[in-house]
Design a protein around this ligand. Structure first.
Ligand SMILES: [Zn+2]
Ligand SMILES: [Zn+2]
Length: 242
């Protein structure tokens, strides 16, 4: 398989409302994390940071234009790879240890990361067998009900365990916008990892169902509206509840 050039690795798309989507197009869709950049008055926010196989700071000017708070929706490898590049780092308390000590098994690089997840390999010297994420100890630990304050925009932390113990969603009430991470998105959900919990997952889905959502930006796949949000969760709950 050929290797991509670093300048081609990331794709940046303006979405709306000062929100941009950054992703890694040569990673296959199922493994390709959505990184969400939000422009704020006093500082910007980045929700998740990809696999970390190419520097975000070096190749995506958007993330260096302002002071930036890098939030981890959770600590799987596809979401935290470039967190170490940003001095202001937030994660839920229950996954602080994983962000600080991201061993291959703990962040699911083992077993998921092989050459098969790519359409083009990352630039040299990348190798799937030795892929690692750099330690990025959090500078702020999040709890349910905390706020990420960008000056003019405020995102409430909603603890959404189930996919992983310290998963969070971010809710901007003023715009009815939800960043959902991996607890819910418009594609196959992952409920069977070593630290997944079925009871927590169900409770998180019930909680998110009740939000007056206008738009959802998930951890993977495309964004969707409130009608689709409720349809996805309703179908999931119906399947569980029989
Ligand atoms: Zn995940
Ligand atoms: Zn993910």
């Amino acid at each position: 398989m050929d290797r991509a050039r670093p300048e081609d690795w990331y794709r940046v798309q303006s979405v709306s409302d000062g929100i941009s989507l950054i992703d890694e197009p040569f990673i296959q869709p199922f493994y390709r994390c959505n990184m969400w950049h939000v422009r704020g008055r006093d500082r910007d926010m980045l929700v998740d940071s990809g696999m970390g196989v190419v520097s975000l700071r070096d190749w995506v000017p958007l993330v260096t234009e302002r002071a930036l708070t890098a939030v981890a929706s959770h600590t799987h490898f596809d979401h935290i790879g470039c967190h170490h590049e940003f001095p202001d780092r937030c994660v839920h308390r229950l996954e602080a240890e994983l962000l600080a000590n991201p061993t291959r098994a703990a962040i699911l690089a083992d077993p998921y990361v092989t050459d098969d997840i790519f359409d083009r390999l990352p630039p040299a010297p990348y190798q799937s067998a030795t892929y690692q994420v750099t330690s990025a100890p959090a500078t702020r630990l999040l709890e349910d009900g905390d706020t990420i304050d960008l000056g003019d925009r405020h995102f409430a932390v909603i603890h959404t365990p189930g996919h992983s113990p310290g998963g969070i969603a971010l809710w901007e009430a003023a715009t009815e916008t939800l960043f959902s991470g991996d607890i819910v998105y418009d594609g196959p959900l992952i409920e069977d990892t070593y630290h997944a919990d079925a009871t927590d997952y169900h409770a998180s889905m019930v909680r998110l169902y009740d939000l007056p959502v206008r738009v959802v930006h998930g951890g993977h796949f495309g964004s969707y509206d409130g009608t689709r949000h409720r349809a996805i969760i309703r179908a999931w709950l119906d399947a569980k509840d029989g």
